[in-house]
Ligand binder design. Structure first.
Ligand SMILES: [Ca+2]
Length: 585
């Protein structure tokens, strides 16, 4: 049992809490993407300055040991549900494996049921097609993109409530503008505003205004193994973190302007460890790893008059705790759902915890698992680390502390069994045909190429299909049609003028429709011109042209939607960004 006495200041502040306004507090959640624990000045990094986010530590509390998953979509699922991501079917970051099972209830549904206005502005990454879409998961308002990453951060194609729109300027600034409008629109009713920014995730793009300071700057703080660090990557990532901070500051100022700061809970965290080797407090591991550096996130929370300013909470906690914690702080019931893994941290945050039992918090990614208690971490290879004496995980103490090693090995084995950590297969079809949300995008990401067709990049998330040259090639999507009916089918393509003229067919069961790629449309690839560091996995992007194929009469049920060419007069058919099916009234 770990016990932490509370500071007298914390108790004094608790007593002052009676002065706080009545009524339910608003909630503003800011989530960054691939920002490490060490990428904030408040955590000791002198390479950058993040005064807005740092102010939350001054005015509120810091959870010093807050754990998320090693990658994006699992953390988001845990935040949304209060449950480990594997329970919700989230086993990957792309091609549908990032989807949160439809049986799960989300934090937004809990707040919506309590009368809150709910909005999400940013990267969703828990499913694209309705009802995996945020609009079906408790959010009244969604602006951003559903994929796991995006290929260009300047004026990108985005969506607003499922309808394609053109983003305005640098994506993080744009998302913030939309979130600020939401705050203003809902100033007179309680709101739950989720702002999952998609930076500093690659591609590393940031406006000059933020990059200028870092261009060629000396990095005073480096990763312990400096040879493994790419300083150009670090500079770009830190510039992106300063841009996030500027936008976090805009959100905080908007709350001040609207006179809502006092009755709004603001929290800030990241979805995994840093996306490169850079200074991270000497922790082992980075994004993708179940070691401490891969899963410890910054966590700051502010609620004036309720959470004591300057509070530092050493107890371990995690993304699984956020749903029960925020509902408890707001005084609203958690919508009945499957059993939660997380617990309410309210007693730790408002200074009411006299005693706090030790816990086990589990991490998983790509078949590797680890478990953390207040004192130890047992890693994926069964090595035991005393995190108090050895926070950098350098000395395996499993031989010296066999009782702890054996207890945690068993806890980890039981947990793997409980959550189905060994299961890899994802058999869920892509969902089509909901009258309340008639448009279904089926991007290349979610399709399967056959024959000579290739993806434009290693990472599927913003990829397109290319090298489609023959009638024996095809692209398929595993779909389930919910509603029998007439569906308008649109293909998004590019094709050099010289190769135009192919006839293509889209079919599902015995329904089929044909179209001709009559017009050339061959725009340049975009994205690289904005990269501060050349990208590795993400596809470059281009502007695809819609080609209306016609109307498919679809039966309800599961099947293979197939796109193939019937006639190829040129060297290729087309590059394909995806198809879109719209259920007609
Ligand atoms: Ca991430």
């Amino acid at each position: 049992m770990a016990r932490f006495p509370l500071a007298a200041a914390a108790l004094a502040c608790l007593l002052a809490a009676s002065a706080a306004p009545d009524g339910r507090p608003n909630v503003l959640v800011i989530l960054s993407d691939d920002q490490g624990w060490g990428d904030l000045s408040v955590n000791g990094n002198t390479n950058l300055s993040t005064p807005a986010v740092d102010s939350l530590a001054r005015d509120g509390a810091v959870l010093e040991r807050f754990f998320v998953s090693p990658v994006c979509s699992p953390t988001r699922a845990e935040f949304l549900t209060g449950r480990y991501h594997l329970r919700g079917g989230v086993r990957g970051v792309t091609t549908g494996a990032e989807r949160l099972d439809l049986g799960e209830k989300t934090i937004a549904e809990t707040f919506k049921a309590a009368g809150y206005a709910t909005g999400a502005f940013g990267k969703w990454h828990n499913g694209t097609q309705y009802p995996y879409h945020p609009r079906a998961r408790g959010f009244d308002d969604f602006y951003g993109f559903c994929s796991g990453h995006w290929g260009d951060y300047f004026d990108p194609p985005l969506e607003h409530d499922g309808k394609p729109v053109q983003g305005n300027g640098y994506i993080i600034d744009d998302l913030t503008d939309r979130a600020m409008e939401f705050l203003a629109r809902n100033r007179s009713r309680p709101f739950f505003c989720y702002v999952p920014f998609n930076s500093p995730h690659s591609p590393l793009q940031v406006p000059d205004r933020f990059f200028g300071k870092f261009r060629g700057a000396e990095l005073k703080m480096r990763h312990a193994d400096a040879a493994s660090e790419d300083p150009a990557f670090t500079r770009a990532a830190l510039a992106m973190c300063e841009n996030i901070d500027w936008n976090a500051g805009r959100l905080l100022r908007k709350l001040d302007e609207l006179d809502l700061a006092r009755n709004t809970i603001v929290l800030y965290f990241s979805d995994n460890g840093p996306n490169s080797w850079r200074w991270n407090g000497g922790m082992k591991g980075r994004k993708g790893s179940t070691d401490e550096g891969g899963v410890r996130s910054p966590f700051l929370i502010r609620w004036p008059g309720r959470i004591p300013p300057g509070l530092r909470v050493p107890n371990i906690a995690g993304a699984i705790d956020l749903l029960p914690t925020l509902a408890d702080l707001a005084g609203i019931p958690v919508l009945p759902s499957r059993p939660l893994d997380g617990v309410s941290l309210k007693p730790l945050l408002v200074g009411a915890a006299k005693e706090w039992p030790d816990r086990t918090i589990f991490s998983h990614w790509a078949g590797k698992c680890s478990v953390r208690t207040q004192r130890h971490r047992l890693d994926s290879a069964g090595r035991l680390y005393d995190m108090e004496a050895d926070p950098g995980q350098e000395r395996d103490v499993s031989k010296q502390q066999p009782e702890a090693a054996s207890r945690l090995s068993k806890a980890l084995a039981d947990w793997k069994q409980d959550v189905g950590a060994g299961v890899r297969r994802d058999d869920r079809p892509f969902t089509v045909g909901y009258p309340e949300f008639p448009l279904t995008p089926l991007p290349a990401r979610d399709g399967v190429p056959h024959g000579g067709i290739k993806r434009s990049a290693g990472a599927p998330n913003c990829s397109f299909f290319t090298n489609w040259t023959s009638p024996s090639d095809r692209i398929t999507w595993d779909v389930e049609v919910r509603t029998a009916g007439r569906y308008e089918a649109v293909l998004h393509y590019t094709c050099p003028g010289a190769d135009a003229g192919s006839t293509v067919e889209l079919s599902l069961g015995d329904a089929r429709v044909e179209g001709t790629v009559a017009e050339g449309h061959d725009p340049p690839l975009r994205g690289a011109e904005h990269d501060r560091v050349p990208r590795k996995g993400e596809s470059l992007v281009k502007d695809f042209k819609p080609l209306r194929l016609g109307v498919l009469e679809l039966k309800a049920g599961r099947g293979e939607l197939a796109l193939r060419a019937l006639k190829v007069p040129g060297r290729q058919v087309a590059d394909v960004r995806g198809v879109q099916l719209t259920l007609l009234p």
